[in-house]
Design a protein around this ligand. Sequence first.
Ligand SMILES: Cc1cc2nc3c(=O)[nH]c(=O)nc-3n(C[C@H](O)[C@H](O)[C@H](O)COP(=O)(O)OP(=O)(O)OC[C@H]3O[C@@H](n4cnc5c(N)ncnc54)[C@H](O)[C@@H]3O)c2cc1C
Length: 415
Amino acid sequence: MFDYIMTDEQLKLRNEARDFVKWVPREMILDMDAEKIHFPKEFLKEAGKRNLLGIRLPEQYGGRGLKWVDDCIVAEEIGVASYSLACLWGVGADIVCEAIVEFGNEELKQEIVVPLLKGDVYAAECLTEPRGGSDFFGATTIAKKDGSDWIITGQKRFIVGAEGADWFMVYAVTNPEGQPHERLTCFMVPRTKGVETKYIYGLMGVRGGGAGRLILNEVRVPERYALNGINGGFDVFVKNMIPERLGTAAMTIGSVRPAIEIATRYTSMRKAFGQPIANFEAVGFKVADSVMLLDAMRSLVYSTALAIDSGKVHPGRIRRMVSESKKFVTESAWTIANNCMQVMGGIGYTNVYPIERIVRDIRLSMIWVGTNEIMDLIIQNEWYKEYFKVISKENIRDVEQDAPGADQIEEKVYE
Ligand SMILES: Cc1cc2nc3c(=O)[nH]c(=O)nc-3n(C[C@H](O)[C@H](O)[C@H](O)COP(=O)(O)OP(=O)(O)OC[C@H]3O[C@@H](n4cnc5c(N)ncnc54)[C@H](O)[C@@H]3O)c2cc1C
């Protein structure tokens, strides 16, 4: 985030996050990428010890009680450590805990949020099923009532942190005949009888973060574990779109930022044809384009965070801005990572520099928490609604009338 707009408290918070990122042992990052580590519990433990989990969550549950802007400042810095660590940092504390704080009962807050923000336990978010992730409302994991409990059966896949999770936030069908927004319930499922996780994916990047398959075989949970009540999953899903997608945008900025810094140093020192390669426009302009994108990514994420924090912006517009942030940042990060690899020539493609890992890691950002095609759908949908309900009614000049032929009504054919 831009330092010149941060308050003194925000600069202090950013520096705390930077200190934590410096604490992360190099071996942890390398061993996760080499899959010698499957779930870095000590990373979460240390984050909890430093009170760097749950930046926006109430202090009474162990969070910092701060705003979205502060959360994005920290998320960007955590992203620097590695994308895989940032995913784990965000999923448990930012996504699952926010849902529990917003929609869960006090018992669940004490049982899950308090220990999770200390780094003692971890909770995974489980939406995607083998039959499809984008078509969320088509979920087939089912929960059936049995006395005062619910029995859940089904499968979820690609679940970050499944390997080390103590709790799973699972969407299951409880009202098969209902409309899409009335079909699902969001249950908190403990690692108990009938819960199995499998660490089976050969991932291109984002390794060592425990991403796995979750199998639920007649798992019994009490009704009080349902967030927002039975058939109330839709509201939880909608609310979670913000931490999923704005959080992803913020941490992606941090994960790609080191690539620009490495490429800047390298191109200033590396010589060809008797001069530093940064002097060649083909090289220097790629770095310049990358810095421009970095600033543009931060601008969009910052103004979106500010819009949410203000409490004054319509939820539809927030959804559009959050989706724009996710899409723009993740596509820009991909461009940046490739630019940085390109200007380093052959050595950029080796593991002498971490750019090859950053390229592999960053690629996920366009796919997870809703693909960028799904972001397009939301942006399109919200923009058209906003235009006709709000913008078209504003008292502003109608520039359509400023064309010389504007009065040729017979030429304005729409059907
Ligand atoms: C490493 C990793 C970690 C992940 N972590 C989690 C996690 O912690 N929790 C979790 O629940 N999920 C997680 N996911 C799953 C991820 O969110 C999904 O993979 C993603 O939402 C896409 O779902 P899918 O893979 O089923 O693809 P599909 O839904 O089958 O989509 C395939 C393609 O079709 C396109 N498409 C589908 N529908 C439409 C449409 N209506 N319009 C236009 N295009 C469309 C998609 O954009 C995509 O390009 C993770 C995935 C990976 C790889």
